[in-house]
Design a protein around this ligand. Sequence first.
Ligand code: SF4
Length: 481
Amino acid sequence: MVFDIDTAVALLEQEVRTYQVPVVDLIAAQTRDPFKVLVATILSARTRDEVTAAAARRLFARAETPDGLAALDRKTLEKIIYPVGFFRNKARYLAALPGVLEREFQGRVPDTVEALTRLPGVGRKTANLVVAVAFNKPAICVDTHVHRIMNIWGYVHTRTPLQTEMALREKLPQRYWIRINSLLVAFGQGTCRPQRPRCDRCVLAAMCPRIGVTPAGSAVRAAPVADGRLRMVSWNVNGLRAALKKGFLDTLHEFDADIFAVQEIKAMPEQLPPEVKNIPGYHVYWNPAQKKGYAGTAVFCRNRPLAVVHGTGREEPDSEGRVLVLEYDDFFLINSYFPNAGPGLRRLEFKLSFNRAMLALMDRLSEKKSVVLCGDLNVAHREIDLANPADNVNNPGFSAPERAWMDELVGAGYVDTFRHFNQEPEHYTWWSYRFNARARNIGWRIDYFIVDPGSRDRVHAAAIHDEVPGSDHCPVSIEFG
Ligand code: SF4
């Protein structure tokens, strides 16, 4: 079926009239100043619109022109624009911007994509947006919303935003080029959201093929894996008894996994009902914490392992039931629940000591056969792995020592399987229960499947299942063969 783009755009023009206007469009409409549009666009990358608008206001109060910007040093700029995402990098770009504008463009903002991409911190997406919004010239800015929604509609079939831009240049009528970004950004934030799009209230519901979409309210249904491969799932259930009331068993059956590892079970097996202890077709191994209602891990598996080891042999983490190791013919599975560094980083030393023990364990086991580590590592590795990195510098889960351990792990050749396949932002596995964070996708990616360096090619797919409700974390999975 051919997607009717004219009808879609007409319906969306009506629909988004009541939505919030994207910040860059707002600044363009208010100022009609290419310099301000360029600066606001640089500030807006990976930053919520409210934060961008406030930072732009503070900055323009001090520097309205390239000359004004040149008078501010990098440290001052950092203070003014904080907490926009990647504020240090952006301050560096802004500090360099007046010099490049002066040297190469006689102090004026250029009006072509090619020229704009010569400016510090300006990629194709930013350049297209500036050309379209500041100069009102035909250009297509493809951000994650445009890329995602165009593929959902089947209007393009592309893997990257650049491919989408090129496909749209061929296909999208030019009269829509300038407008399409702000339309789809507003629509993508309000209705066709990355997580659980509201198809139930969408004006395009009757005409949208919904390619690759799991709408709000539906659960996962896993596709079969190829012969000889194993589907492995890991999920911090944040209390197995609570998760059981929210459909845990349905989720487990729908995944149809060979290995289903859970963390933070917060229960002794004797506190659990028989239906979760005797699941037809699965063996189950428990490692609860000694303290009631706290931590603990378990693994449900179709095949009986050769051996099961509870813990790492160290007293304190083992009393919290944080590690279960299952040995199979050609791999070890380590199901792990890493400690939280705690408020004020009070448990940081304990966590780092646990981290070191885990890396030593992985090194030791990987000398014998493949190692698959899964679980809640309680750390977002890079800025791309959480929605608000600038707000969380040195908070538990994003402190420099915790991130340095991830650097060490990856530096030693261990593979963060999700990032092996996907470099896109806005993929998270945990959201606070507060501030409507999950609906707004203000999250963190802290649940992982990691494999040893020699097993990279055994991983055929890795996914985050953020559509699955039932916990403040969502499941993650790999296909391993
Ligand atoms: S029907 Fe659903 S997937 Fe399609 S555009 Fe609307 S919200 Fe997005």
